[in-house]
Design a protein around this ligand. Structure first.
Ligand code: HEM
Length: 276
């Protein structure tokens, strides 16, 4: 690894670990993540679930879950601004580095602390509520360790910047250009290698989380039950949508009066394809 003071982009010889960690590993991670998700979706659709434990306990969950999830959404937004938007762009619109940094620390710090508080509360609930603990598998425990570590090490990088002040490392000169360079398949390994250890650790744990993601409960993050917003309030099935029967007649009546949203009959995939 390179010392933290090494100027990013300067001509330096890269070590084999640097090439492996910042040049190859990100792509291996993406292959496992995408391949794993496709595999899981194909072969384990019934297991594609949060395995919700709300039935066992909901009082703590009602606080911990939104705290964690909304905190994480803010953290994701922060990562987007910090890693995807180049420093030159924010400077071009007149945003000074100091102003950007102050806001990143304030908003990022609050979001990070909220996310950490949320996950700790979720873990506490899992450990102390009997049935929830009983429903916790080894897979879940491994996932919680890696997820919590990613959050803790991320917060470490942010809090270190607060304490180091002016001397603090500016990741927008190292981690961010490296992150963007990955998308054009020209990884700027030198830039990333110049970042301090805390950023290396956080990024590695982050990548580890993405590698295990498809094989854990975290898959639920990729599916939102959007159809829930548009489904009828009362779900009923007509025996036949087009012919006779009281349910069929009701459905026909509904369609004649241009059914109000939420009161239309629902089809089933098997019947709809049979009738076609
Ligand atoms: C693998 C790719 C990742 C990279 C390159 C990355 C990079 C960074 C950087 C540069 C910061 C410092 C932000 C600042 O100080 O303003 C940070 C903070 C943070 N990261 Fe990540 N991160 C990654 C993945 C993750 C993951 C998977 C999680 C959690 C699920 C996570 C959670 C956090 C948290 C909680 C903070 C501190 C709060 C904040 O500033 O938003 N990161 N990350």
């Amino acid at each position: 690894m390179l010392p933290a003071e090494t100027a990013p982009g300067s001509a330096v010889e890269l070590s084999a670990p640097d090439i492996l960690l910042w040049g190859a590993l990100p792509y291996i991670m993406v292959v496992v993540l995408v391949g794993g998700l496709v595999w899981r979706y194909k072969y384990d659709q019934f297991g594609w679930t949060t395995r919700s434990s709300q039935l066992y306990e909901s009082k703590l969950l009602r606080i911990a879950s939104p705290l964690f999830h909304f905190g994480l959404l803010a953290v994701i937004a922060g990562h987007f601004f910090g890693l995807v938007i180049p420093k030159a762009w924010t400077e071009a619109v007149g945003m000074s580095q100091e102003f950007y940094h102050f806001n990143a620390l304030l908003v990022g710090g609050i979001a990070g602390v909220g996310t950490l508080g949320g996950i700790l509360l979720l873990i506490y609930r899992r450990r102390t509520t009997g049935p929830v603990f009983m429903a916790t598998t080894k897979n879940d425990k491994t996932m919680y360790v890696v997820l919590t570590a990613a959050i803790v090490f991320g917060l470490w990088t942010t809090l270190a910047s607060v304490f180091e002040g002016e001397q603090g490392h500016n990741y927008r000169d190292t981690v961010a250009p490296w992150f963007r360079s990955l998308f054009v398949f020209q990884p700027d390994i030198t830039a990333m290698a110049a970042a301090p250890f805390s950023f290396h650790l956080h990024t590695l744990v982050g990548m580890a989380l993405f590698v295990i993601w498809p094989f854990t409960r975290l898959v639920h993050a990729f599916t939102a039950p959007l159809h829930y917003l548009f489904r009828p309030y009362i779900v009923y099935r007509s025996r036949d949508r087009d012919r006779g029967g009281s349910a069929g007649a009701a459905a026909a009546r509904t369609s004649r009066t241009a059914a109000r949203r939420g009161w239309s009959a629902v089809g089933t995939r098997d019947r709809d394809t049979r009738n076609r």
